[in-house]
Design a protein around this ligand. Structure first.
Ligand code: ZN
Length: 208
């Protein structure tokens, strides 16, 4: 069974999700929810899913970045983004700490299964640490950099009612179709120039 992914505008995406107790996590319905979230993420496919995206106000995120998903990205972009495969991770009650840099200066395109059909450049920190529990309530700590760190920031944002569209560089917002055509295989250099140009036109607007 695949769950329905709610879309931007749905109030479920804007609530602060609730912490789980170990007893609640151990319940068959919670374990089934996690299994269904995994099936739903793989079906799309996507690299991350948070419980609020399937209408459940609970602090659960899942992440999986398979090598096959990297075929759509240029090799030099994978290196720039420090994107490596991430085996399936279920994190309950995650607490995220930014390691570096505090100003979230990593600028790359990302998308969201709840803002279906679009992408934009979003500033993120390069490295983060996340503590929480695995699906059985066992404590875990994850330190991540590059793309994995980006996914973690994106998913934990969901638990706080935040979407990438809240912090994106809005002038880079575009359809998936346009992204695939112009950016999917682009070089990091081209992206840096595009952002500089876009940020510049932003400033011109502000000075008017
Ligand atoms: Zn998302």
């Amino acid at each position: 069974m695949i769950l329905k992914i709610v879309q931007a505008g749905d109030t479920a995406l804007r609530k602060k999700a609730k912490q789980l107790t170990r007893a609640q996590l151990a319940k068959p319905e919670t374990q089934q929810l996690i299994d269904l979230m995994i099936a739903t993420l793989r079906d799309r496919p996507g690299v991350g899913l948070a419980a609020p995206q399937v209408g459940e106000s609970l602090r659960i995120i899942i992440i999986e970045d398979k090598t096959e998903y990297h075929e759509k990205v240029s090799d030099e972009m994978l290196i720039a983004q420090s994107r490596k495969p991430v085996p399936l991770k279920v994190i309950v009650n995650p607490v995220l700490t930014i390691i570096s840099p505090a100003d979230k200066s990593e600028l790359y395109f990302e998308g969201c299964l709840s803002v279906d059909g679009y992408a934009a450049v979003v500033p993120r920190a390069r490295a983060v640490k996340v503590t929480g529990w695995d699906r059985h309530g066992k404590p875990l700590t994850v330190t991540a950099d590059g793309w994995f760190a980006r996914i973690l920031q994106h998913e934990v944002d969901h638990l706080n009612g935040d979407l990438y569209i809240d912090t994106m560089i809005s002038r880079t917002f575009m359809t998936d179709k346009q992204y695939s055509k112009d950016w999917a295989k682009a070089s990091p250099d081209k992206l840096v120039k595009f952002i500089a140009k876009t940020a510049l036109s932003d400033k011109k607007e502000q000075n008017k």
